[in-house]
Design a protein around this ligand. Structure first.
Ligand SMILES: O=C/C=C/C(C(=O)O)=C(/O)C(=O)O
Ligand SMILES: [Fe+2]
Length: 301
């Protein structure tokens, strides 16, 4: 069993790097770490939401998710994870020094999950001591979760829960499984989708008011609101999904549940056909929850 400590980052291709960065900073509110004074790396932009050096990296090239990353405790744990994955039949690749530098980690390994989602396990993710210089006052407090797509959610849960210390917190029929690696209700979710891909990235905000202020801000800037504001019955969080450039869906949310009594929690099963199973406020949910940012053909060697 491989112990994940936290989510680390999402790395994504951007055909229009400057446009993706502009949206992430001016609309979403993230910090562009490699500003004029930063140690810039041509063709790569790092976006920050919390203590992590970055939680989103855009790499100039074809649009679409490149990898989703999780931290493990230390180099020993990474070596064990590498062996464990190989024993289970996965092809695991060690990142080289330049790749690790670009990710601001000391070491990492990469493999594809059974559906083709590229996953990276990292150690030594760089922390920045200085406060985040948010691009806008959107109230972001942290990178909250990442959500993948897979054609078979039950099978995806089986993979994640038997390979890693990942537990199901709640199910939405066979449409989604929300999973935790610590007290937070979910830091990883898998939604049913025809192809592997990234469903969305989530940023927690400090106050309920931030969700609504951001909603107005997004509307004023003609951003496509995919769903919300609404309230998920699973985590109890008030949410707002919106579409950024390069097909990347972002989510702001406030008030995610923490599961503090691990032994007492039993996953619940919601029926996706029940009105209110996605949004307790019964807002329109015609827009599919999943508009995955697909993995471009041939991106993985
Ligand atoms: O469709 C249900 C989504 C649930 C949640 C939640 O309970 O917070 C999400 O964040 C999500 O996966 O988007
Ligand atoms: Fe979410």
């Amino acid at each position: 069993m491989i112990e994940l400590v936290d989510i680390a980052y999402v790395r994504s291709g951007a055909a229009d790097l400057a446009g993706a960065v502009r949206f992430a900073t001016e609309v979403v509110g993230l910090e562009h770490v490699d500003g004029p004074a930063g140690d810039t790396e041509p063709g790569v932009a790092h976006l920050r939401a919390d203590g992590r050096h970055h939680c989103l990296a855009f790499v100039e090239g074809a649009s679409g998710v490149i990898a989703s990353a999780f931290t493990v405790a230390d180099p020993g744990a990474l070596a064990l994870a590498e062996t464990e994955l190989e024993t289970r039949g996965f092809t695991v690749r060690r990142g080289d020094a330049d790749e690790a530098r670009s990710r601001r980690v000391s070491e990492f390994v990469a493999f594809d999950d059974p559906f083709g989602n590229r996953i990276e396990l990292v150690v030594g993710q760089q922390t920045l001591a200085r406060p985040v210089r948010f691009g806008r006052g959107s109230g972001i407090t942290e990178f909250g979760h990442l959500c993948l797509d897979a054609p078979d959610v039950a099978e995806a849960h089986r993979f994640w829960s038997t390979t890693f210390n990942v537990r199901a917190s709640d199910w939405i029929g066979d449409a989604a499984c929300l999973m935790r690696i610590d007290e937070v209700h979910h830091k990883l979710a898998v939604f049913q989708g025809e192809r592997p891909g990234l469903c969305h990235v989530n940023f927690q905000v400090a106050e309920l008011d931030d969700v609504f202020r951001n909603w107005h801000h997004l509307q004023e800037h003609d951003v496509v609101i995919e769903m919300g504001p609404g309230r998920h019955p699973q985590s109890g969080a008030v949410f707002l999904y919106f579409l950024g450039p390069e097909g990347l869906t972002y989510e702001y949310s406030y008030g995610v549940r923490r599961i503090t009594d691990e032994a007492a929690w039993r996953p619940r099963y919601f029926d996706p056909a029940e009105r209110g199973s996605i949004d307790m406020w019964l807002g329109p949910t015609q827009k599919p929850v999943t508009q995955p940012q697909l993995i471009p053909e041939g991106i993985h060697p």
